[in-house]
Design a protein around this ligand. Structure first.
Ligand code: PSU
Ligand code: MN
Length: 326
């Protein structure tokens, strides 16, 4: 078998219970694999201090989904098998696996063929949502930020396969906008081009990931509640028979949001350092995230963890609304 759905997720699919898919590239490539240390400032209450940060975050997101009434479906490739639904022990093993990188659409087949393990990007996780059940795909998915159009794309073409998957998968993705290292206005334009509705929850601006919004940031439709987002999803998929994703955008919680513009200088310096290393492009995001955490003395990490947990909660609320109001 190359696709294995856990018993818990299978039962939820069969009974129509609310399910939230969760990606694992954030565990293998997006967060430190170390214990919390003092240079990151005070430890958030939701993150336990006796496990590596990536494993503790996964537990916190898992609890946010469960306590808001949905079944978590962690997605990963483990020893060449696409797994839908991972236990705490399985998440921890993946998070500790130094050889596990991230897998997207273009690298999925080769990762399976080689029997390797990898965390799934938004694109690969969306594929898993579709593969979970032909008739009844997983309809809601929580992540931090989607991939999109990279800065300087006119000089160096780099567009995430996340956009390809969003264009072709009828799942509601809950994110705090796109990764902060992207060209945000270009990414929002591209979402319009591929026909993906972008709905704000508690905001009418496309979130800036871990930063507060600026006046000039793109305006989006404000959805207000999980029920309203669920209703938009139903119009999109059922009444209009569209097959693309709905992107729900929840801003980073206010108390930990970084001031707008904090990251620009840090990013420019980190980008230059990364470019001088001549490493494969898959190493770019983890390198830049690590550099940002160091430069902001942990504030970027605290904000990243907070938005991930908040998105898991928002996604659970939407999946419950989708499952109840039929
Ligand atoms: N946002 C982050 N860090 C990440 C990612 C998003 O702050 O590591 C991951 C997500 O899994 C996203 C992926 O789907 O990066 C996109 O990668 P690429 O640009 O290589 O397609
Ligand atoms: Mn890329």
């Amino acid at each position: 078998m190359t696709v294995v759905v856990s018993k818990e997720v299978n039962e939820a699919l069969a009974s129509g219970a609310p399910i939230v898919a969760l990606e694992t590239a954030v565990l293998t490539a997006g967060l430190p694999r170390t214990l919390w240390n003092d240079s990151f400032g005070p430890r958030p209450m939701t993150i336990s201090g006796d496990q590596p940060i990536n494993i503790a975050l996964a537990d916190a997101m898992n609890s946010a989904v469960v306590s808001n009434g949905a079944v978590p479906a962690w997605i990963a490739v483990v020893d060449g098998v696409l797994r839908i639904g991972l236990s705490h022990e399985e998440r921890a093993a993946l998070s500790n696996d130094q050889d596990a990188g991230k897998v997207s659409l273009a690298t999925f087949a080769q990762t399976m063929q080689d029997g390797r393990s990898a965390g799934t990007t938004v694109a690969a996780t969306l594929l898993a949502c579709k593969l979970a059940s032909e008739k009844n795909p997983i309809r809601v998915f929580a992540t931090g930020g989607i991939g999109g159009i990279h800065q300087n794309w006119a000089q160096r073409f780099d567009i995430s396969a996340d956009l390809t998957a969003l264009a072709t998968t009828p799942t509601c993705v809950v994110a705090s906008g796109a990764k902060s290292i992207l060209d945000i206005p270009a990414t929002v334009e591209a979402l319009e081009t591929i026909g993906v509705p972008v709905i704000g929850i508690g905001t009418s601006q496309f979130p800036r990931f871990i930063e507060k919004n600026a006046k000039e940031d793109p305006t989006i439709y404000q959805g207000e509640s999980a029920e309203k987002v669920a209703s938009i999803c139903r119009h999109h998929w059922e009444h209009l028979a569209l097959n693309s994703a709905v992107l729900t955008s929840a801003p980073v919680p206010d108390d930990v949001a970084l001031e707008q513009g904090t990251l620009i200088d840090a990013l420019t310096k980190a980008e230059a350092k990364w470019a001088a290393l001549h490493q494969p492009s898959a190493t770019r995001t983890p390198y830049l995230l690590d550099a940002m955490a160091k430069i902001t003395q942990g504030a970027s990490l605290v904000a990243n963890l907070a938005l991930l947990c908040n998105n898991a909660k928002v996604a659970a609320n939407i999946s419950v609304a989708l499952a109840t109001n039929v």
